[in-house]
Design a protein around this ligand. Structure first.
Ligand code: 9G3
Length: 570
């Protein structure tokens, strides 16, 4: 390809609203352009990278027997009513009406569609297991699209769905797809870690992993052990309950027992203020949070230095939504304004985190304005009918899997996820089959996603430097950037042209920078676009010597034309 013909408008500066380095670089390299918030066009260079990513995904999925389909984006909302998800999703699910006033959703995902197709066509175990996939545009009207392709409203996803006769079959499909994912991300040159994750609203019979590309811009917090392989999304991560801290809430030990004592804490509303006033460590406090679930109200107790993990709380309550109670509700339930809530004498169900249950004594809100209470003993002074894992783990917590590891945090971009759905959709949508003895069974499903367009950004986040992008060879828009210093020089022009033809004849993807630009401009653009190999044809062309430089390395080599041809073919 001749760069004088290429539609790739590079920019000297990044637009001000691009706040992720990958967003800046993809814009500056002329690979994407914004049409509207969270909605992007892929210019030729960006499209070439996207296609390379897609092809690696296709190769690895076709090898394991998954079959590519293509499903519509326009989905009749009757399907979402049938699956029971129509009411779960709000404005994020883009809905429209056709000319006959029939309602459709623009597909954010395709569980309902694929289950309908399979249910209509398969009714015998002989046709299972089946894994189908598509690479297709998804629509999710994110409230706050940001970081360019990392969180868009229209994006490219590979979504796959497996159909098995039983859970054992699903386990096999899940394994097959997870291993294929590791091969895919490896080939993409993406540094990815699979972490245990929470199944969330999609539901499912347990078992879901997220594939996280490690990057500081990542919105997800990855928890991993510094000794063993344990890794989980913060939503899901648990700590080992260190046994030396258990006990002590039995009240028959001999120490003189301090009884609860009110302390005057005027206009102290936050944990920090309380810590300041009483000059103590937050781990000696109990935080009482009042939540509303529909018209129910509950209290959640965590230690002062911990945070409630609302995913764990929702899973424990078996609900899909909850929110902190508003001030009026807190006042009604506790008898005091926000900031003085405590567990003593509450008339609502109290959910207690393990770390609270192990506290010998604590300071709690007094359920009275301007008062807290100290020397409170969990179990003696308030009932602990429900003790469970309610909190976010913190760095330094003991690993739940090995006996000496400590948990550490890192940030990640979710680029893939695999779910065991079980019969969550097939039951509702009656995807059934006759087994070998002629009995009707419900299909067992799994679903598997890869954020194809998100990977474009994730790779740039992991592979760039101060001058621009460093594309891995497997997905780079071109393999070689051929740059003559001056095409006015006849020997440079001749060497450049013959090299260009020979490399292309060998099937090497070459971008020839034939623009009438100063060399400095050409090299700046070359660093920005990030093609893995750069061949510079300069003064030494007259002696048949040219320079070869790798984008990801500092040094350059002076080689003969023949040597370069051989190197680019290897
Ligand atoms: C919606 C909207 C947003 C959504 C969903 C549904 C995420 C939704 C989860 C999944 C699960 C898997 C198949 C490929 C892999 C991921 N956001 N999810 O279901 F209506 Cl608006 O998409 N689906």
């Amino acid at each position: 390809m001749r760069q004088s013909q290429l539609f790739s408008p590079t920019l000297r500066e990044a637009p001000s609203d691009a706040d992720a380095i990958s967003h800046q670089l993809l814009l500056r390299a002329g690979m994407i352009r914004t049409l509207a918030a969270g909605i992007y066009s892929y210019l030729p260079l960006g499209r070439r990278v996207l296609r390379n990513i897609e092809n690696i995904i296709r190769e690895e999925l076709d090898i394991v027997g998954a079959q590519e389909m293509l499903m519509p984006s326009m989905q009749p909302t009757e399907l979402w009513k049938e699956s029971g998800r129509y009411s779960i999703y709000g404005p994020e699910l883009i809905r429209l009406h056709d000319r006959h006033q029939r309602e459709f959703a623009l597909g954010p995902t395709h569980e309902e569609v694929v289950t309908t197709i399979v249910r209509n066509e398969i009714n015998t175990y002989r046709k299972l297991p089946l894994i189908v996939y598509q690479i297709q545009t998804k629509f999710r009207d994110e409230r706050r699209p940001r970081f360019g392709l990392l969180r868009g409203r229209e994006f490219l996803m590979k979504d796959a769905y497996s159909f098995d006769t039983d859970m054992a079959g699903l386990d096999r499909s899940y394994q097959i797809m997870s291993q294929a994912y590791h091969r895919i991300f490896n080939r993409l040159g993406l540094h990815v870690r699979a972490v245990e994750a929470d199944a969330g609203a999609i539901g499912g019979d347990g078992g879901t992993h997220e594939f996280m590309a490690l990057a500081d811009i990542g919105e997800d917090t990855i928890v991993s052990c510094d000794c063993c392989e344990y890794a989980a999304n913060l939503e899901k991560a648990v700590a080992r309950f260190s046994i030396e801290q258990t006990g002590n809430n039995n009240i028959n030990n001999t120490r003189i027992l301090d009884m609860p004592e009110r302390i005057y804490t005027p206009s102290i509303h936050t944990i920090d203020q309380l810590v300041q006033l009483l000059n103590l460590n937050p781990k000696h406090l109990i935080k009482t949070l009042i939540y509303r679930i529909g018209d129910h109200v509950i209290a959640a107790l965590v230690r002062g230095d911990h945070e409630v993990n609302e995913i764990k709380l929702m899973n424990a309550l078996g609900v899909e939504q909850l929110e902190l109670a508003d001030a009026a509700t807190v006042e009604r339930i506790t008898g005091a304004p926000v900031g003085f809530a405590g567990p003593l004498g509450l008339a609502v169900p109290v959910y207690v985190d393990h770390a609270v249950a192990r506290m010998e004594e604590a300071i709690v809100g007094g359920n009275e304005q301007d008062y807290h209470i100290r020397h409170v003993r969990p179990g003696r002074d308030f009932d602990m009918n429900t003790v469970l894992d309610l909190r976010n783990v913190v760095e330094g917590d003991a690993c739940p899997h090995c006996d000496q590891g400590r948990l550490q945090f890192s940030r990640g971009i979710e680029v893939g996820q695999v779910f065991k759905l079980g019969t969550r959709y097939s039951e509702k949508m009656r995807a059934a089959f006759l087994d070998a003895s002629g009995r009707e069974q419900t299909m067992v499903m799994g679903c598997y996603g890869i954020g194809v367009s998100r990977i474009l950004s994730a790779v740039v986040e992991q592979q760039h430097d101060d001058h621009g992008i460093c594309w891995p060879e497997a997905i780079a828009p071109f393999h070689v950037h051929l740059i003559p210093v001056s095409l006015q020089d006849p020997s440079q022009a001749e060497v450049t042209e013959s090299l260009y033809q020979r490399l292309r004849a060998n099937g090497v993807a070459v971008l020839l920078d034939d623009r009438e630009e100063r060399p400095g401009i050409k090299f700046k653009d070359s660093d920005l676009i990030g093609i893995p190999y750069r061949i510079v044809v300069g003064k030494q062309a007259a002696e048949g010597k040219i320079e070869l430089k790798q984008r990801s390395r500092k040094d350059t080599e002076v080689l003969t034309i023949e040597e370069v041809i051989v190197r680019m073919n290897s």
